[in-house]
Write a protein that binds this ligand. Structure first.
Ligand code: 6PG
Length: 242
């Protein structure tokens, strides 16, 4: 009996295919991970066979779409959790793993530094780098990455990475911006659980209101957009699309 939810297994397979496609076409693959429970399960699937051997890890670069202002060792850290849960268990070169540097003095510095690393690793001094795969979750308030409703980062058009203070959490977050997410070749949302049902229906079928539902901002310009959702999260969608 394979472990992990069907959603996580599908995500793992799509991760492998996106990496294989990118490596075949361009010799390397650039992926952005998200926090959340489904990516965690996906990671533990990727750390085991057949994926552990199938994925050309030395040609994969891993970034994170968002991060909490917490040290890598904290269970709050998206990158820390992914490292402990799977990246430390697969043969990916350490220099291909690019966590946000939350050891800096201020979140704004960490964001500026992340932007610089993106430019260096993608070898893209100007313009917007193109991820091969961006994994995203959706919060039950409609946030994605750390683009929370009514926060400043939603309107960012120039920066690739920003610090985003979230008043309702009274917390600093770090996030890639809408232009970077929408430049990806493939964006994959992973949404599970009954708590997401109403918001998912509002995001996909409700009126446009991205200030209130930031997940609506994600519309890759040329890439593919896929919503992988489980039955519980899909429960409020119009029956015709289910
Ligand atoms: C974070 C995430 C965030 C997450 C959603 C959904 O660090 O908070 O990156 O955007 O993906 O909150 O999380 P779940 O899938 O666990 O509900």
């Amino acid at each position: 009996m394979p472990e992990g939810s069907a959603l996580a297994r599908e995500a793992a397979e799509r991760f492998a295919q996106a990496v294989e496609g990118a490596v075949a076409a361009r010799n390397q693959a650039f992926v952005a991970l998200s926090g959340g429970s489904t990516p965690k399960q996906m990671g533990s699937i990727l750390a085991r066979e057949p994926y552990r051997s199938r994925i050309p890890w030395d040609q994969v670069h891993v970034f994170w779409g968002d991060e909490r202002w917490a040290p890598l060792g904290s269970p709050e850290s998206n990158a820390g959790e992914a490292k402990r849960g799977f990246l430390d268990l697969v043969p990916i070169p350490p220099e291909n793993v690019h966590p946000w540097d939350t050891g800096m003095d201020r979140p704004e510095q960490a964001a500026a530094f992340y932007e610089e690393s993106l430019r260096n690793v993608f070898d893209k001094p100007i313009g917007v780098p193109q991820f091969d795969l961006v994994l995203l979750g959706m919060g039950d308030d409609g946030h994605t990455a750390s683009l929370f409703p009514h926060t400043r980062a939603l309107a960012e058009e120039d920066r690739l990475a920003v610090a985003n203070y979230v008043p309702k959490l009274d917390a600093e977050r770090l996030t890639l911006t809408v232009p970077v997410l929408n430049a990806a070749r493939e964006v994959l949302f992973l949404v599970a659980g009954p708590g997401k049902a109403k918001t998912l229906a509002a995001v996909l079928e409700g009126p446009e209101d991205p200030e209130h539902l930031p997940a609506q901002l994600i519309r890759p310009e040329r890439g593919a957009l896929t919503w992988l959702v489980d039955e519980d999260a899909a429960a409020s969608l119009d029956a015709r699309v289910r």
